[in-house]
Design a binder for this molecule. Structure first.
Ligand SMILES: [Zn+2]
Ligand SMILES: [Zn+2]
Length: 338
């Protein structure tokens, strides 16, 4: 065992940057020094305890969106890498069917085992992906949320030329707009909550940005809900055209309920999809797209904090003033690694 400094969520509303034991002797694992860790709403749910208890094991080191430099001896030593967070067992029926996001032995870095907001992390070597020369850790830390969005888009199987509405204006919503360009939509409208997000939305490829569902009179072929509130789920269903697909990406907290008019769902022949995390295949595809610069989501990073100011980073993530894209923590700063 070795000890490392880590941002540990001990239990609900208890978080500390402290020393944490790390088993550095696990077979088929590599040690990595994370350089950039992105934070997201799910991290806030982990801290507040709003996350579904079936998907978390306290105490846990925070951090599931990250990139880092390999420290273990071997062919990967010194490489800047990203790591799949879902750890498939490869034996269960879901894994064998390629649906590794639904592995029956749910294990995920930053949820059921320690995450990357630490000086060192140990991860299974088969989940490690090397970033291409010139690809920065800032771009790399967006592989994980991009894979989540990509998985949902694949499941929605958008045909070309669709009119798409995205409900929400946070990073998942903005990433959805950015990645939709891969599917050649006719237009991408967004209904967010805050006018300050308009420029980020435009950079992400949004055609029309609104701050209230009342401003949106059209109905859409594909509606993506990425705000994670019961009201936004209701908006998403209301704005779907007959025969449309509604894809739900946002988590609303494990105790909240949305109220839907079931007759509208039936009469409008809607397809309502949920999408959980990403498969190993989707993660690999995003690494390929990022390494070849076909997607370049780093424009989303608006706030950078040293790990020692984790409290400031979390406060920024919770606040509602000004434009806010991805909030990141920087660790072990190595020249050239960012
Ligand atoms: Zn996340
Ligand atoms: Zn499995």
């Amino acid at each position: 065992m070795i000890s490392t400094m880590a941002l540990v969520v001990e239990a609900q509303d208890q978080i500390a940057w402290r020393s944490r034991e790390l088993d550095d002797s696990l077979v088929d694992e590599v040690l990595i020094a994370p350089t950039v860790v992105g934070l997201c709403g799910t991290d806030l749910e982990i801290i507040s305890g709003l996350i579904d208890p079936g998907y978390i094991r306290y105490p846990v080191v925070l951090g599931h969106e990250w990139a880092g430099v390999v420290k273990s001896d071997g062919p990967l030593l010194g490489k800047l890498v990203v790591v799949e967070g879902i750890i498939p067992c490869w034996h269960c029926a879901m894994c064998r069917a390629g649906r590794t996001n639904l592995c029956e032995v749910y294990q995920e870095i930053g949820f059921t085992r320690d995450g990357a907001a630490a000086q060192l992390i140990s991860v299974p070597s088969q989940l490690v992906h090397v970033l291409a020369p010139g690809v920065t850790a800032l771009r790399g830390c967006l592989v994980e949320p991009s894979a989540v969005v990509y998985q949902a888009l694949l499941k929605s199987s958008p045909a070309p030329n669709l009119k798409v509405l995205i409900v929400g204006d946070g990073t998942i919503a903005l990433l959805a707009a950015h990645l939709l360009s891969l599917f050649s939509p006719n237009s991408i409208d967004m209904v967010g909550r805050r006018a300050a997000q308009a420029n980020l939305a435009e950079s992400a490829g949004v055609t029309n940005f609104h701050t209230s569902p009342d401003e949106v009179s059209a109905v859409y072929d594909l509606v993506i809900e990425a705000a994670g509130s019961p009201e936004s789920v209701e908006t998403a269903v209301r704005k779907a055209k007959r025969g449309a697909t509604v894809t739900l990406l946002g988590l609303t907290g494990n105790s909240s309920r949305a109220s839907l008019v079931v007759d509208d769902i039936v009469n409008n022949d809607l397809e309502i999809l949920g999408s959980f995390s990403y498969t190993s295949k989707s993660f690999s595809k995003i690494v390929e797209l990022i390494n070849s610069s076909q997607i370049a989501p780093e424009f989303l990073i608006t706030h950078r904090f040293p790990i020692t100011d984790w409290a400031g980073a979390l406060a920024t993530l919770s606040q509602s003033a000004g434009a806010r894209g991805k909030v990141i923590l920087e660790l072990n700063q190595i020249p050239g690694a960012l």
